[in-house]
Each structure stands twice: as structure tokens, then as C-alpha cells.
Design a protein around this ligand. Sequence first.
Ligand code: SF4
Length: 405
Amino acid sequence: MSAAAELAALDAAAPAPIEKAPLKALVPEILAGGRDPFAAPGDAGNLVGLSRAELAEALREAGERPESLRMRANQLFHWIYNRGAKSFAEMSSINKGLQARLAERYRIGRPEIARALKSFDGTSKWLLRFRDGEEAETVHIPEEDRGALCVSSQVGCTLACRFCHTGTQKLVRNLSAAEIVGQVLIARDGLGEWPAPDEGRLLTNIVMMGMGEPLYNYENVAKALKIVMDGEGISISKRRITLSTAGVVPMIERCGAELGVNLAVSLHAVTDELRDVIVPLNRKYPIAELLAACRRYPAANNARRITFEYVMLKGINDSPAEARELVRLLDGIPAKVNLIPFNPWPGAPYECSSPAAIRAFAQIVNDAGYSSPVRTPRGRDIMAACGQLKSDSQRKRKSARAATD
Ligand code: SF4
């Protein structure tokens, strides 16, 4: 069946409550490596996001001698990703002549900070603007002995999960590896963590849970995460990186085999009937296929469990019977369940479950032997729900444009 026919068939089969079909997200050619209409734009001259081999090539083009390329590439990698250098002039181990030749051709480009907000609870949120004016969000959530950075993989998202504010924004494009790594650099700048400390870090974990579906932008995400994991640079181990997917089944196994990161799955419902509505990607990859892919996930074991995210929606998915069905579905998977009280946004179609309903749900899952923490809402005063800051910025820019017209 052609892609267009497949999409038409999916739409025809869609249950009535779905108002916004995730058409483009379902185009199979994107996954098959065909032309990607959402490809990130090129960023010629930016050294951020480049691997060591690419840095060596950049050095060769800057006239560096072949026998020094490897050593110089390691130095550049160290300065950019371990020391947080923003200019070649800071790179004291690189001679002035080469510094000047590099500066003629290249930049160490970070995204621009469009807005930076800090919550009373310590959560920091940055709205970042890229060279083409597109924006995405990054959030740092500190805890007592660690801190997680929630990183975006796309500008907007096609998957239109009904409870998610980002899902109301149309997908504009994928983020490049430079733009993904750039989010980590900005956070480290803001936290003052250069050079990358060995102990006592404020940024210890990465969660690919920001805007976008990372497995629809796999190549850039993989390239960025390999840089983030490298022990000579940002040095955050794969055991401290979690990639969250709405369930792009064909990419899950590859992700585990190539990156070995922790997996989180946005499950949110225990029947296909409901999940087709809440997470429309389910129409393409239903629950049974998704859980089968989880059972095969190479990087999962009892020490590194797969996290199943479950947003608590009042009267929609929060009954004791659904908790019991969740337990049944997870049988045999090294799993834990994150229960997420719904964080409402203006115009949201759902309400958050009551504390009693959340407690009862958690108890059933917990009694079955699965850890089931209830996520504490963070940063509510700075619109930390995914996508809210970007929408707010778009509204302000639109009204500013209207005022000047
Ligand atoms: S939950 Fe994730 S995959 Fe679903 S719409 Fe929001 S950003 Fe996209």
C-alpha cells in the first residue's frame, strides 16, 4: 500500500474523538530513510554537534597537518564539551596560528536564550531560539543529590497526544545534533558546570522527554547522545540517559542496541480503544506490538527497568480496573511505572485525577511488585509543562507583530 493510501486508510479507521490526525508522523518513508520533510537545516561552520572524526576533518580543512589531526581533534573535543569553551582564543593548548585559522572558518555555536525562567522550587527553564528563528524548550529539574535535564528533539511534534500541550503545536522540523547538544551546553553554562565536574554535579541525568518524538529524529538524537556520553566531554553515562518514546516500535530495538540508554514509554492507557485517542500513534503501533518491542529491548534488565509513563486523567484512565489491567500487561517486562498527575494547560480537554484515585492506582501497581512513584509537579509557576513557554512566546511575538502592522 502506498504511504498516501495507508494514511487515508488510517484516517478512515480513526475513531471519532480524534480531531487532529498525526498524518505526517505516520509516513513510513521517514523511518525507511527516505526524504525527510522535517530535516533540520544545515549549520555550516558550527563545530558543536560534530564527532571527533568530523572535528578532524574540520581541522584538515583549516590546514592542520595530517599527523596532528587526531591529537588536535581530541583537544577541540575537550575544549568544546568538557571545558565549555565559547571561543578559540580560550583554547590555551592550541597554538595561536591554528586558533586564528579556526576562527576564520568556524564557530562554536550555541542557541540563543530567548527566555530563561527559574521556579521557586529550583526548576530552570530555557526557551531557546535557533538560527532560523525556531524555538524549543529545555528544563533542568534539580533534586537533592542529582539533577535531570529534559531535552527537546523536535520543534513541535506531530504525534498530537491529547493530554500534551506540545501536541497542539504543529511539527516544524527536527532539531540537529548541534541543537540537541546545544541544549546541554546552555544548561551547563547556566549551572556554572565547566569544566564538567567528576562529582557533585547539578546536571547528572538527561531525559529525552522534551518537545518532540526522539525516535522520529533518531539520527540526530543518536549523534547528539553519543557526544553527551563521551567520557572526555560532557560525560553523562548511558545509564543516566533516558529516551522517552510514544511507541515508535520499529526504532525501539535499534535504539537499545546502538545507544544502550534507558527506555521510557508513554503508555497512558491499557486498551487500544482509549490509547488510539490519547496517543494516536497507537493506531499505527498498538499496545501488543509496543509491549513486544519492550520485551526485546536490549538494554533492559532488572537493574535497568523500562519506565512506563502514565498520566493520570480524571475519569478517563484512572480506575482500579485499569490499574489491574496495567499490571497484567506488564507481566514479564522489567518495568516501573511513573504516575504523572496531569498538569493542565489553557484549553486542555482533561482534568487531573483526584489524589485518592492516584493513591489507589499506585497501590494496586505497587502491590503487584512494580515501583510506582507519583511524579511531583515541578516548576508550575514557570509553565514547565512541555510546550507552554514556546506557545506563550509565539503569542507574544504574534501580538507584537500585530501591534507594529
Ligand atoms: S507527549 Fe511527546 S510524543 Fe506526544 S505530543 Fe507531546 S511531545 Fe509529542
